[in-house]
Design a protein around this ligand. Structure first.
Ligand SMILES: Cc1cc2nc3c(=O)[nH]c(=O)nc-3n(C[C@H](O)[C@H](O)[C@H](O)COP(=O)(O)OP(=O)(O)OC[C@H]3O[C@@H](n4cnc5c(N)ncnc54)[C@H](O)[C@@H]3O)c2cc1C
Length: 421
């Protein structure tokens, strides 16, 4: 009988260095396994602060950290910058674009999700997304450029159209970005463009349901709405966007809104790779997993985070960072147990709450049974986001930028960067 010492070290391939994948890799650091962590980007992105890059408050480097710098102290973890385009579950290989297949003993799929534009084509209709770093930077450029264009516009209506921004989706991203834009216009750009009437700049937030922040207790959603309206944001509830042609947003009530910029923060779907994998599906195309986060019907294949239909007693878990992070650590522990021939443990999500911010001094938070709004909600939001940001340097830099903005009403990174000459 072979002892554990005789066996070769198991090889664990983790696809995706987002919230779930990175936690899994960190948990497996310095353990008797070989880990290959693969991502198409060489950085881990802290998405909760992405909207602050898109609103000229933070630099990309403050919310992204090179994956290599996170794992380079672990001799058993290797990072590969590559795009995975398939997994052969029978021969246990991960296939990567322009590279040799990588063999695994265990594979952890942590691919996240993609934006769902429903019937609209983001390229043809010229929609702006806010899902990753290139999109956030493109959006920052777009917003700032529109005011430069408005400045030289002679026609009043056209000028207003240049300064009109419609955000679709009243979840945390839409709410936070709407508040951040309103403050950018009225507190910062108003000084940059003394020849423009910035009170004519428009931010419209559109939500299909009857209130904002549907995953929060309803008083917090109502508070977010009144707070945004005080900042000058027009909130439209029970409204759907039907189309976007010639810079006109058409709504399901027959109304059209002239706006140069339509920002899509509504809806997600599985990534292309996730859709192509021949694995069982649960709700919304998410991969079906068992209590141990193994893909149903597969032995050594795990799926975590946004792409997986992870469940607890209340149902399928929300697509948020904490479930993905907890699942990443849990899967690492389960794989180590399996290797040691010990029983795996079922996943139990510890819900620590949800929070969102609505401009300066205002936030909403549910922490356990407690609800916070206004200044306490805002402070809770600041502290939690600083705590979860990876890297001491990033925390310090973000704290500095927030402090600068708070005391000087300044968004220092309002620069337009173009790739074309
Ligand atoms: C703008 C925005 C704001 C958000 N705000 C919050 C918030 O405030 N609080 C909160 O809890 N959650 C928030 N979320 C949700 C949160 O980001 C996700 O729930 C979380 O990232 C899920 O973690 P994950 O590991 O499943 O996926 P991700 O963190 O998305 O990681 C997936 C990784 O897989 C990589 N990848 C994908 N396909 C491939 C491929 N084919 N080959 C190689 N690599 C690939 C990606 O590059 C990525 O690094 C926000 C999301 C967005 C977009």
């Amino acid at each position: 009988m072979s002892s554990q010492l005789d066996r070769p070290r198991p090889k664990i391939v983790i696809v995706g260095a987002g919230f779930g994948g990175l936690q899994c890799a960190r948990r497996l650091a310095n353990k008797p396994v070989d880990v290959v962590l693969i991502d198409r980007n060489n950085y881990h992105l802290f998405t909760p602060l992405l909207y602050q890059v898109a609103s000229s408050l933070l630099n990309p480097s403050e919310i992204a950290i090179p994956v290599r710098s996170v794992v380079n102290q672990a001799p058993n973890v290797r990072f590969r910058l590559a795009t995975v385009n398939g997994v052969d579950f029978s021969s246990q290989h991960v296939q990567i674009i322009d590279g040799a297949d990588i063999h695994y003993d265990y594979v952890v799929l942590a691919l996240g999700c993609a934006t769902n534009y429903f019937d609209l084509d983001p390229e043809r209709h010229g929609l702006s997304g806010v899902k990753d770093l290139p999109e956030a930077l493109a959006l920052r450029n777009q917003v700032l450029e529109r005011f430069e264009v408005a400045l030289t516009e002679q026609d009043d209506e056209q000028q207003r159209q240049h300064m009109s921004f419609v955000i679709v989706g009243g979840g945390p991203t839409g709410v936070e970005y709407a508040g951040a834009l309103a403050e950018l216009f009225r507190r910062v750009l108003v000084h940059d463009f003394p020849d423009l009437d910035l009170t004519r700049a428009r931010v419209v937030l559109i939500e299909g349901r009857d209130r904002l922040l549907i995953d929060f207790p309803s008083p917090l959603g109502d508070y977010a709405r009144s707070r945004l309206e005080r900042l000058g944001v027009e909130v439209r509830l029970k409204t759907l966007v039907k189309g976007y042609e010639n810079r006109l947003v058409s709504l399901d009530n027959g109304e059209t809104l002239p706006a140069d910029t339509l920002i899509w923060a509504a809806g997600v779907k599985p990534t292309r790779l996730s859709q192509e994998l021949t694995l069982p599906r649960a709700v919304a195309g998410r991969i079906e997993v068992d209590a141990y986060l193994r893909v149903a019907g597969q032995e050594r294949v795990y799926a975590i985070g946004d792409m997986a239909a992870m469940q607890d007693a209340s149902g399928v878990l929300p697509m948020m960072a904490p479930p993905a992070m907890q699942a990443g650590r849990h899967v690492a522990d389960n794989i180590l147990s399996d290797i040691r021939d010990q029983p795996m443990q079922p996943f139990r999500y510890r819900d620590k709450g949800i929070m969102a911010t609505i401009g300066r001094n205002a936030g909403v938070a549910r922490i356990g049974r407690l609800k916070f709004r206004g200044f306490p909600g805002w402070v809770a939001w600041l502290l939690v986001h600083l705590y979860f940001l990876i890297g001491f340097r990033n925390r310090l830099a973000v704290l500095f930028q927030w402090g600068w903005n708070y005391f000087y009403y300044d968004r220092p990174i309002r620069i337009i960067t173009r790739t074309e000459k």
